[in-house]
Design a protein around this ligand. Structure first.
Ligand code: MRU
Length: 357
């Protein structure tokens, strides 16, 4: 069953309110940049590729009624600035905003209605590309899965985190389409329970066998032989292959290594950040303490206790068996192949720009 995570709805961006899942499937129409930016901050829409698509449409929202010349340019700048402040870790958001900015800049001599058209075309392209890219990641990664395997995943890297297919879960969907029976262990994913609320919901809806586990059950399951491989998504990948992903990913990678289990990362090239030589430079979002002490409205820790709530962690490349992208499967050493992938992505961006301008 299709899941429409996000779409352009004429003069608004329509998103599934992911904070209401799995109880209710409701949509929000974001009619202005501020509403969309808050939805991103409150994680009504989340997941690196979906954030890129949302940000791209966000720029279109920002210039809907902009006049010409300096006024248009000002609206572009203010919108970019607001959207860049929403969430700091996922590369895709910044990558998509940069693509949108360059379209606005390259066409600034055009009438506002024409620049708007071109911006909407670019945002639609980012959306359509994501669907194709995820399908390709799925096809590339499906060779890693054999019939009957059990895959452990963390957070949600599926349709709800992308334009509608998924990265880590895209591999599971592609393997299923090839007739393989794949079972998924979904980590609950404290504190916001993306695994329990979103991954379990999405997999059940798509007819994939799923078993929900508490995060801290993963180690003993691996040790008892219940897990054949781990597949996770990524929010940002540094030039050496270090991967930022949902907090808890690093621990899983250590456990996988200890238990001799392959640990795979699935992500589009837009998640690469070749400006960062290693993962220590990736900005890690710190979120509000009450997500830990009062999750979903229930007080579970003493009032006033000190809390650390990093939303992501970094898994060093040595612990990663392979990185799967739309370009193929990379294994260690990662640096040269990630560089090739990134250069190909940049060349495609340049070719698209030349074709348009
Ligand atoms: O905080 P979130 O829910 O936006 O974090 C998302 C994740 O960490 C996902 O695993 C990652 O973005 C990959 S999404 C395909």
């Amino acid at each position: 069953m299709g899941i429409e995570t996000i779409r352009w709805a004429g003069r608004s961006v329509r998103i599934i309110d992911q904070t209401k899942l799995p109880g209710e499937l409701v949509y929000i129409d974001c009619k202005d940049v501020e509403t969309l930016a808050r939805c991103i901050e409150q994680m009504k829409i989340r997941g690196a590729p979906a954030l890129g698509i949302a940000a791209a449409y966000g720029l279109v929202l920002g210039v809907l009624d902009a006049g010409s010349g300096a006024e248009f340019e000002k609206k572009v700048d203010v919108t970019l600035e607001r959207l860049r402040r929403t969430r700091p870790t996922a590369s895709n958001l910044f990558w998509a905003l940069e693509r949108m900015r360059s379209v606005a800049v390259a066409n600034r001599q055009e009438e506002p209605h024409r620049i708007r058209e071109l911006l909407l075309e670019e945002a639609n392209l980012i959306f359509e590309e994501d669907r194709k890219v995820c399908q390709q990641i799925g096809n590339n990664g499906a060779v890693l899965l054999r019939d009957g395997m059990s895959v452990l995943t963390h957070c949600n890297a599926g349709a709800l985190a992308t334009g509608g297919y998924g990265t880590a879960l895209g591999i599971v969907y592609a393997a299923k389409d090839q007739g393989k029976r794949i079972h998924v262990f979904a980590d609950e994913t404290r504190p916001l329970l993306q695994g329990a609320r979103l991954t379990a919901w999405e997999l059940m809806r798509k007819g994939v066998e799923v078993t929900l586990i508490c995060d801290n059950a993963a180690g003993s399951l691996m040790r008892r032989g219940g897990v054949d491989c781990v597949i996770v998504g990524a929010d940002r990948i540094a030039g050496n292959g270090d991967v930022a992903n949902k907090v808890g990913t690093y621990g899983l990678a250590v456990l996988a290594k200890q238990n001799g289990i392959p640990f795979y990362v699935a992500a589009p090239i837009s998640t690469l950040d070749m400006e960062l030589s290693d993962g220590d430079q990736i900005p890690i979002e710190e979120r509000a303490p009450d997500e830990v002490t009062r999750g979903f409205g229930l007080q579970t820790a003493p009032e006033g206790v000190k809390v650390r709530n990093p939303a992501f962690d970094v898994t060093p490349h040595e612990l990663i068996t392979a990185i799967v992208s739309e370009e193929g499967i990379a294994r260690q050493p990662y640096a040269p192949i990630l560089k090739q992938w990134a250069e190909k992505g940049n060349a495609e961006d340049r070719a698209r720009k030349i074709g348009r301008v």
